[in-house]
Design a binder for this molecule. Sequence first.
Ligand SMILES: *[C@@H]1O[C@H](CO)[C@@H](O)[C@H](O)[C@H]1NC(C)=O
Ligand SMILES: *[C@@H]1O[C@H](CO)[C@@H](O)[C@H](O)[C@H]1NC(C)=O
Ligand SMILES: *[C@@H]1O[C@H](CO)[C@@H](O)[C@H](O)[C@H]1NC(C)=O
Ligand SMILES: *[C@@H]1O[C@H](CO)[C@@H](O)[C@H](O)[C@H]1NC(C)=O
Ligand SMILES: *[C@@H]1O[C@H](CO)[C@@H](O)[C@H](O)[C@H]1NC(C)=O
Ligand SMILES: *[C@@H]1O[C@H](CO)[C@@H](O)[C@H](O)[C@H]1NC(C)=O
Ligand SMILES: *[C@@H]1O[C@H](CO)[C@@H](O)[C@H](O)[C@H]1NC(C)=O
Length: 697
Amino acid sequence: MGWTYVLWCLCLSASECWQLASTETVMHGKVQSPQYPQPYLPNLQKEWDLCVPEGYQIELSLTHLDIKPSMGCYQDSLTVVHDQKVLGKFCGQENPGKQSIFSQDNRLTLIFQTSDSTAELQQHIGFSATYKAIDIDECSEQDPGDGSGPLCSQICINTPGSYYCSCHNGYKLHLDQHTCLSSCGGCIFDKREGRLSSPGYPDPSPPFLSCKYIISVEPRFIVTLNFTDNFHIESVDTQQGPRCLHHWLQVTIPDREPMKLCGAKSPGLIATNSSTVRLDYHTDNEGLSLGWRFDYSTNEVKCPFPGNVAKGRVTPVLTEYFFRYNIFVTCKPGHRLMMNGRELKTFSAMCQSDGQWHLPLPECQIIDCGEPKPLLNGGVTFLTGFQNQYRSVVQYHCNEPFYSLPKGVDVFTCKADGKWRSNHTDVSNTTPTCIPVCGQPTKLISTYQRTVGSSEAVNTIPWHVLLSIDGHRAGGTVIADRWIMTAAHALTYNGNVVSNESLRIYIGLTDVTNLQSSPVLAASIHIHPEYNNPNFLDFNNDIALIKLQDPITFNSSIMPICLPAEGATYVTDMIGLVSGFGLAGEQLISANKLKYVHLLVVEQEMCRSAVEKLKKATDNYNFPSLTNNTFCAGVPEGGKDSCHGDSGSPLAVRDEGRFWAAGIVSWGADCGAPGTYGVYTKVSNYLDWINKTMKEN
Ligand SMILES: *[C@@H]1O[C@H](CO)[C@@H](O)[C@H](O)[C@H]1NC(C)=O
Ligand SMILES: *[C@@H]1O[C@H](CO)[C@@H](O)[C@H](O)[C@H]1NC(C)=O
Ligand SMILES: *[C@@H]1O[C@H](CO)[C@@H](O)[C@H](O)[C@H]1NC(C)=O
Ligand SMILES: *[C@@H]1O[C@H](CO)[C@@H](O)[C@H](O)[C@H]1NC(C)=O
Ligand SMILES: *[C@@H]1O[C@H](CO)[C@@H](O)[C@H](O)[C@H]1NC(C)=O
Ligand SMILES: *[C@@H]1O[C@H](CO)[C@@H](O)[C@H](O)[C@H]1NC(C)=O
Ligand SMILES: *[C@@H]1O[C@H](CO)[C@@H](O)[C@H](O)[C@H]1NC(C)=O
């Protein structure tokens, strides 16, 4: 007995279905007690595991039963077991043939057991049974009520040995082969208005929905959703308020966070401000949503009224600004377009599909011309306006009386282009220059003396310059802020031009005893190119210019003299003012103070005969010749005259209140004797050369 029991245990544990393992699955069969129809033996324990294909159940029919009866079949019995549950225990001779026993699935176990208490030989022959496989109707099974739901969410179709699920129209079977999903949504709504609702609305929404709807109209329209009050989407109340955990309607607008709608409160109107809206309706089998419906409508995209720009104009002015309309901003004259601290050439903004202007309005900022440029030897004063802004007016002035501005170029206005401009067209955008006043000393020598005699000359001859070349003195004339005019012979020595380092230039000086005042420095020396005087007999073109390293600032003690006007005439008896530190009368030592003398221009012929006379008197001593580039001046009676120390000094002539440089002291003979004259370079013959030299250097 122990042996068979062990076998039974092995069978249960080792094989789910022994018939499956050993034979083909069978659809029917027969089971009989051992030796049937001979009487069975005592001490039997026999077991059959019946097995049919899956999806079937077993119908067992006892065709014949003859087992020794005992109370409760306690001695001999046939037991039908399924899944360790006893379906029936049989003994005796009752014929249960009319009643079949059904297994719940495709397996059934029969156990035939006999006892050894049967001492006497008995005639019971056991049992005979048939079984067959019967298709299970899975579809008729009850919902187990464990939350897993019915076998099929919609339609169940039984098949021999199996079943399958199917769905109503408009639904699709989910991959789990069990649930039906609504094949809702999926299409694009492109009409300008329409209506959408949850599947089945106003019925509750089926579970497992995953519906997608897209509303997409032309970009110049925006979509507005208008939900009805009957709105219900299952939500879960949390501490943070209702949350769309299982069901939701998600509204997605491009470039914005999607929003999930749920709960029992209708969202009402939703202005999407977009021409495209996507909706995703999702349900699962948790809870129930009663559904929703909305009408959508569209409006043409409109941008808000753009507003105004102070000191500017926004165009065009319309009652409504639709999608893709452009606006432009221009500023009033004197203002410029500014945005984020940067100047714009032009500005336009377009109405975007979201109903917003693509740029905010710029500002119109008043033009600021900045500080007017300072004026050398002058200044600037504000006439009108504010902080150098547009239309401010300034006036330049020069340091009078030493500098002057040409008429009409002194007033500058801050113009719309951000520049200070004069309304004098020729100088419109250049700052004016202060022009030195020439030939007008602040102090005049009181009278024109016809008598000869040197007098002191403080501030009356401010153009006079003292040159010191290796200890030799010479004179010169200031003709411009960087230029000194003198005689060529004063700057040459043995045919060579002196070096500019050996040249000391003292300006504004009337007393040489204060030679401590520092000289100004020469930048370059320019001898007239045709000056050629190796033997001191040819003083033709005796003129030179010195360029200074730094410009002179003029004041009452230093001022330039004017150059001769073009075509200036030298008439006989014209009065010339000769100045110099060498005017010492009979004494041949240099004077320490600047002196002057008034001389008369002498007729060229009279001068020539005077030179001839002197030649004879001195035994044909060689004198330089007079040329058309020289003229003579002096007094017939003789006396104080220009002498050697004054080479290069000016002979100034006053005309219409201004002194001009008529001559340069060149040479003379028998200084101060009666009937002799000084010879001067005729400056008016050199205007071109002076002009050219000053321009080119
Ligand atoms: C929204 O729809 C309701 C009817 O459902 C209607 O009365 C209402 O005027 C609509 N609102 C708008 C702004 O269209
Ligand atoms: C649409 O624009 C209006 C007005 O500018 C605004 O109040 C509303 O919040 C916008 N809608 C969305 C969804 O951004
Ligand atoms: C320059 O223009 C201003 C105003 O524009 C005027 O008052 C002034 O007279 C003008 N000056 C000249 C020199 O034209
Ligand atoms: C001196 O003069 C010469 C020519 O005259 C010029 O080239 C040179 O630069 C000058 N030197 C200085 C130090 O100014
Ligand atoms: C003129 O200017 C010179 C040098 O620039 C200076 O030494 C002199 O003192 C000034 N004279 C007057 C009267 O200002
Ligand atoms: C000087 O001028 C006179 C008259 O103006 C003229 O006849 C003569 O040829 C000139 N001499 C020279 C060297 O140019
Ligand atoms: C000197 O040059 C200026 C231009 O630089 C000109 O206007 C002027 O007429 C010239 N003067 C003479 C005398 O050549």
